[in-house]
Write a protein that binds this ligand. Structure first.
Ligand code: PGA
Ligand code: ZN
Length: 434
């Protein structure tokens, strides 16, 4: 049973405040969690509570706002003063009941009352404490004894969009080492390719500094150049583009377009494209590059464009909705009815509780959709999503590039899980056609 819950304002990988929750059970078992934060957030994500530019008790000079308004003191206070008194004495094995108590106290549709960051920190801590109390790993506690599938990773090796200031419209160019025999071998394929890409960029006179998710952020001629470079890096590392290592894209199109009008540069020239023209562009690229997955190829408000894209490319491509579904079971159900996509990105902090995130996964699973557990661009050393990906068994994770410890922490945790599972560990490509 819960003895105490406390919270702390800490910093994420971009140096912005986020929330850490410390939960202690009677008997002294404890759990600590940290909440991530996105930059290219979907419009309908659960509300991340930040302090805003209000005057603060800390001595501030005139015109100065604490952390530029991004502090999370109110969320911390909500954990300590509102959520903790409600939950002390609760049995942490009752995750759904505890999440419901917080939702009822919040009383809003989007968790703006207590803050999705406050609620999620506690929800994750409850899951972690339940595992600790049972003396088992988090993936086994959440996923049961059948949880033994290690995820294929989408590794974001070239960053653009809101995650880098290099002028590329598309946000993420990822390598997918799905042809490796095991998770640890896939990690090695990825790392070797990342380093091959570094030397390639270096030789071509590009900077090799990295963006928010650890991918390189060079100023390239255009989005398609990024795909060509990745293929070259895969070959240089000694792998076959396609069967060994495929490509996944997350253009995050909400940030350069809206329904029907996408503004981007093609061969250096600014153009405006319709949804169908964007889909035609992606279709050409699939013929030229070993692309197996396309996330947010269109904007979050472009439900019709998404459905047309899925009608055209289903069977050839994993079409993933991130900003359009925001891990919300109701939006995913609509997507299933309207055949909006064939896969969904799963981010705990888009919806705000462990229970609702599992409901989102269940909705996808029932429809035969794939689902990919994902990090945010603002992360911490917390490795919750590594265990969560194994527990949910979908066989895919998106957790960044092959550098920056907030990304590597998840990969290292997956190595531990693989080691713990031993010969029970499974690693199966979802992209056998590639
Ligand atoms: P975000 O980006 O965490 O900045 O929202 C990740 C994504 O779009 O998948
Ligand atoms: Zn995305």
């Amino acid at each position: 049973r819960i003895h105490s819950i406390d919270a702390l304002e800490i910093l994420d990988s971009r140096g912005n405040p986020t929330i850490r929750v410390m939960l202690v059970l009677d008997g002294g078992t404890g759990a600590v969690t940290s909440v991530p934060s996105g930059a290219s957030t979907g419009q309908f994500e659960a509300h991340e509570l930040r302090d805003g530019p209000q005057p603060d008790s800390a001595p501030s000079t005139q015109g100065h706002t604490r952390y530029g308004g991004r502090g999370v003191c109110r969320a911390v206070a909500n954990v300590r003063d509102v959520i903790a008194p409600l939950l002390v004495g609760q049995d942490v094995r009752r995750q759904a009941a505890i999440d419901r108590i917080m939702l009822e106290r919040d009383g809003t549709g989007n968790k703006a009352g207590l803050g999705a960051n406050a609620i999620l920190g506690v929800s994750m801590a409850v899951a972690r404490a339940a595992a600790a109390a049972a003396g088992i790993s988090l993936y086994a506690s959440l996923g049961g004894s059948g949880a033994r599938r290690l995820p294929v990773s989408m590794m974001n090796v070239l960053n653009g969009g809101l995650h880098a200031a290099n002028g590329l419209e598309f946000q993420e160019f990822m390598i997918v080492p799905h042809g490796a025999p095991t998770f640890s071998e896939a990690l090695r394929y990825g790392s070797e390719t990342f380093h091959a890409l570094r030397s390639l960029l270096h030789e071509q006179g590009h900077v090799t500094s990295v963006g928010d998710e650890g991918g390189f952020a060079p100023k390239l001629a255009g989005n398609e150049t990024a795909c060509a470079l990745i293929v070259e890096a895969i070959e240089r590392a000694g792998y076959r583009p396609g069967p060994d290592i495929a490509i996944a894209l997350d253009p995050a199109a909400s940030f350069f377009g809206h329904e029907g009008a996408y503004r981007l540069k093609v061969n250096g020239t600014p153009v405006t494209r319709t949804s169908d023209e964007m889909t035609a562009l992606y279709a050409e690229w699939i013929d030229r590059y070993p692309i197996v997955s396309l996330e947010d190829g269109l904007a979050e408000d472009d439900w019709a464009g998404f459905a047309a894209q899925t009608a055209k490319l289903d069977g050839r491509l994993q079409i993933v909705g991130d900003d359009i579904f925001v891990t919300n079971p109701a939006f995913i159900e609509r997507g299933i009815r309207e055949k909006t996509a064939n896969a969904v990105l799963i981010k705990l902090n888009q919806i705000g509780t462990v229970t609702e995130t599992i409901a989102a996964v269940d909705a996808a699973r029932r429809a035969g959709w794939s689902y990919i557990v994902s990090h945010r661009s603002g992360e911490t050393e917390d490795t919750f999503i590594a265990d969560f990906a194994v527990a949910m068994g979908g066989g895919q994770i998106k957790t960044g590039s092959l550098c920056r410890s907030e990304r590597i922490a998840k990969y290292n945790r997956l190595l531990e899980i693989e080691h713990e599972l031993g010969s029970e560990a499974e690693f199966i490509s979802p992209f056998l056609h590639a």
